[in-house]
Write a protein that binds this ligand. Structure first.
Ligand code: NAP
Length: 248
């Protein structure tokens, strides 16, 4: 039986690269998406063409009922969950805090924070030895923005990733004796679609130049760190962070 990895937001970007690498590494992969069915099914086909097993499941992680359904389908179709990658995340148009309205803040925090908590809850209910599970790993996708704060662009997004950092530290301790490790990656600027939703599709070129390495990163480079944290090779690491940000 292959270990099962559920990746939220795996139709594009970092999640899709993680799904492909997980498939190559022997995981059966649950490829979650919210609206982009075609892309999610392409990720599944890519994994299957390489001899792996995968399943695309539509679910809005900001919706508690959807999250329960997502995990239930994953149980039925792929089997016992070993790894959750809390990857799905959004950002909105670049602006200063004084211009942000309540509905934007609700969208960002519900998708980025509540969604990650709901998925972690479902994973723990399945993996914790306290609930009869056999352990596992949670990898959260935070951001270097949590440390930098995102001034003049998206302080709300940065703060949502700060919440993910606190969740990583606290939850790791809560479940450490129940066979579950909880860690996070902090990507810097990575070539994905997310920057277009902020209104600056070329942002990675601009910001990447200013990093010590002088370039943006690739989703595949982030995926490598996620797969390591998920694996038994990281067996004594919990509540910690791996930066994938070109030196800053
Ligand atoms: P992306 O290319 O915009 O992809 C976002 C993914 O999340 C898509 O698969 C999307 O599904 C899914 N998604 C969005 N909202 C969702 C929801 N409510 N429920 C379920 N799935 C949802 O983003 P990315 O750059 O790969 O980002 C992935 C993670 O890395 C995010 O948490 C982001 O904050 C973090 N990150 C990214 C960077 C970067 O520079 N790219 C840097 C630091 C951290 P659909 O395709 O169906 O829309």
């Amino acid at each position: 039986m292959s270990p099962v990895m559920l990746i939220t937001g795996a139709s594009r970007g970092i999640g899709a690269a993680t799904a492909r690498l997980a498939g190559q590494s022997g995981y059966a992969v649950c490829v979650n998406y919210v609206s982009n069915r075609e892309k999610a099914e392409q990720v599944v086909r890519d994994i299957e063409e390489n001899g792996g097993k995968a399943l695309a499941v539509q679910a809005n992680i900001a919706d508690a009922n959807d999250v329960e359904r997502l995990f239930h389908i994953c149980d039925l179709e792929l089997g016992t969950l070993s790894v959750l990658v809390n990857n799905a995340g959004i950002l909105e148009k670049q602006m200063r805090v004084e211009d942000m309205d309540a509905s934007r803040l609700e969208r960002v925090f519900t998708a980025n924070v509540t969604g990650a908590f709901l998925c972690a809850r479902e994973a723990i209910r399945r993996m914790s030895t306290k609930h009869g599970g056999s352990g596992g790993a949670i990898v959260n996708v935070s951001s270097m923005a949590a440390l930098r704060g995102g001034p003049n662009e998206y302080v709300d997004y940065a703060a949502s990733k700060g919440a993910i950092d606190s969740m990583t530290v606290g939850l790791a301790q809560e479940v450490a004796k129940e066979g579950i490790r909880v860690n996070a990656v902090r990507p810097g600027v990575i070539y994905t679609d997310i920057h277009a939703s902020g209104g600056e599709p070329g942002r990675v070129d601009r910001v990447g130049l200013a990093t010590p390495m002088g370039r943006g990163g690739t989703p595949e480079e982030v995926a490598e760190a996620i797969l390591w944290l998920a694996s038994d090779k990281a067996s004594y690491s919990t509540g910690t962070f791996v930066g994938v940000s070109g030196g800053r």
